[in-house]
Design a binder for this molecule. Structure first.
Ligand code: ARG
Length: 583
């Protein structure tokens, strides 16, 4: 469906032409003076220079050529502005088209294109912490936005399953239970099917091992060796690794599910490993990688760099691969498996240099052709109210699960106190509000900005919050259900200024979503629905909806509410949360 601004612009251009001027001057914009008009065109000012006459003359001549059926106001004002208000009928027709069009009229411009979105990025065996929260929340929303525009979007979790943390756990386990068959190099039988630890024990083992590494150089050495041997394929270590992976993935899935986050691909760093040897050999052979102090590096500095971009290290001097190597090999694998048009990485912005280096190296080596877009979306830190990175009360790293639990408890208390729903609905309602509060609190900020996690503010039912948006949807649902079947009711002309504002806000859905996609900015979805919800609530307060006596008018109000609900629900689905039935 054509965007409303394009339709108005086309009408304006035709009017310029009919009045004898170049249609290119007929560009229309959303008004920056909503008190005066809804749309405006300043083209007469520019045209006046070319045609050497007073701008107001042009504006007046053009105004005469516009169709009065489309506009309720066409004002040519000094020095030569054209101020416009849309006619009720024009708006009605446009909204009626939106109501019945697939996707509310948003064009599926990404059809036939594939994007891999690398987000989540948890590290196996380490508990999910809130650093991973933002990646999951932002990445999931972007994935849904791309899908909304017709892209084939593949969410790839890119598990951190291959690093030193694995060696640390193996070494720690060997220290604690040396008699397990996994550590006997001569063992040739079947390893037990059950892991020698639970997920809870695993979560204790990793920090213990990590602390031991700092104090005990010999243990650190053993952990490094274990990592190396694991990567070389030592059988017993692989068996332990498989146990760790299985338990961790189950635990991760549970956590992500609570957040409404899911992944199409559960590959990890380990899956890129088989691609490394051939890739490295090729880069060495073609001189893409060069030797440097015993290591192999890819120089990636470019003329015009504002800051120094150090070479990308491909192979360390001890022969091992590093984070960058894995990311490059993963690109090889993704190109083979998915043939994407774009790869988008969602990580902490402190990894920007890493991705700059890796992207340049990938282009240089021809792993990623110019036709494939690479984007790194770096996000800021979630801080506590003291402005410092968010911590638990005792100063430890806050676990994601704990954070969700805290928010859930906080919201549950409100739900119970306000007697919002029947006892058997409390948990479901609470979960929906809590996740909405948490996600909206995050997503309403520009991704690159740090933000302050403030449970009171995020969970408030008023203000620019998730619960406020949910409350608005619930309010509409309640009106609609009192009315009865409404789905087939057509949109009618606006009856009052609040209705017109609501209608105008609805027409801005497509441009708002496009902006969000283009700038990788779910915050633009949030600001759009905050505005829309405001219009819904003003309309609700200023209009007698269910008590309206004129049945036809009432049906028009209901149809408008139904459309607003559809758009709000679609939008929160793009943010990956949903509304309860009651609130
Ligand atoms: N596991 C990494 C971390 O916790 C994030 C991975 C991000 N993705 C990537 N392709 N490097 O920091």
């Amino acid at each position: 469906m054509e965007k409303i601004l394009n339709i108005i612009t086309a009408k304006m251009q035709a009017a310029f032409e009919k009045a004898g001027y170049d249609p290119a001057f007929g560009r229309v914009t959303v008004s920056n003076r909503p008190d005066l008009c809804e749309y405006q065109c300043n083209g007469a000012l520019a045209a006046a220079k070319q045609y050497k006459c007073a701008p107001i003359q042009i504006a007046q001549a053009v105004a005469k050529q516009l169709d009065a059926a489309d506009f309720s106001m066409i004002d040519a004002v000094m020095p030569g502005f054209l101020n416009l208000k849309l006619s009720d009928d024009f708006l009605r027709r446009y909204l009626e088209q939106m109501r019945t069009a697939p996707n509310f009229g948003v064009e599926k411009s990404g059809q036939g294109k594939t994007i891999v979105i690398d987000y989540g990025g948890p590290n196996v065996a380490k508990p999910l912490h809130i650093g991973h929260l933002r990646s999951a929340i932002i990445g999931e929303s972007l994935k849904r936005l791309y899908r909304f525009f017709g892209w084939n979007a593949i969410g790839d979790i890119h598990l951190g399953d291959w690093g030193l943390q694995m060696g640390l756990i193996i070494a720690e386990l060997e220290l604690r239970q040396p008699d397990l068959p996994y550590f006997d190099p001569n063992f040739e039988g079947e390893y037990p099917a059950e892991a020698p630890f639970t997920i809870q024990e695993l979560e204790e083992i990793y920090p213990a091992a990590s602390a031991r590494k700092k104090e005990d150089a010999q243990f650190a050495e053993q952990a490094h060796t274990a990592t190396y041997e694991l990567q070389q394929g030592r059988r017993g270590y692989r068996a332990i690794w498989n146990h760790i992976l299985r338990l961790s993935v189950a635990d991760l899935k549970r956590n992500y599910q609570r957040l409404n986050v899911s992944f199409e691909s559960w590959l990890g760093e380990s899956d890129a490993d088989p691609y490394i040897p051939a890739m490295v050999e090729d880069m060495k052979a073609r001189g893409i990688a060069i030797p440097s102090e015993g290591a192999w590096v890819i120089p990636v500095a470019e003329e015009g760099d504002k800051k120094e971009i150090p070479p990308c290290i491909l192979v360390k001097s001890d022969g091992s691969a590093i984070y960058a190597t894995t990311d490059l090999a993963t690109m090889v694998q993704r190109m083979q498996d998915f043939h994407p048009n774009k790869i988008l990485y969602v990580t902490d912005q402190r990894q920007s240099l890493h991705f700059e280096q890796v992207f340049r190296a990938a282009r240089k080596a021809g792993i990623i052709p110019e036709s494939v877009e690479l984007e790194h979306l770096g996000f800021g830190t979630m801080n506590g109210r003291d402005g410092k990175p968010f911590k638990t009360r005792d100063g430890g790293v806050m676990r994601l699960e704990q954070l969700i639990n805290d928010m859930t408890d906080f919201v549950r208390a409100k739900v119970v106190e306000n007697q919002i729903v029947e006892a058997d609905q409390v948990e479901d309602t609470t979960a929906k509000i809590a996740i909405g509060a948490l996600k909206y609190g995050d997503l309403s900020n520009q991704p690159s900005k740090d933000y302050i996690f403030d449970m009171d503010r995020f969970a408030a039912f008023e203000g620019n919050t998730g619960p406020y948006i949910l409350y608005t949807i619930v309010r509409i649902k309640s009106i609609l259900s009192k009315y009865g079947p409404w789905e087939q009711l057509p949109i009618q002309a606006s009856a009052n200024p609040a209705a017109k504002d609501l209608m105008l806000a609805i027409t801005k859905f497509a441009p708002a979503m496009e902006g969000a996609l283009k700038s990788s900015a779910p915050n633009l979805v949030c600001s759009y629905i905050y505005e829309l919800a405001g219009c819904v609530n003003r309309f609700y307060h200023e209009t007698r909806i269910l008590t309206e006596e004129d049945e036809a008018k009432k049906a028009g109000y209901i149809a408008l509410m139904g459309l607003a609900k559809g758009i709000l629900e679609t939008s929160i689905d793009l943010l990956a949360f949903s509304a309860p039935e009651k609130m």
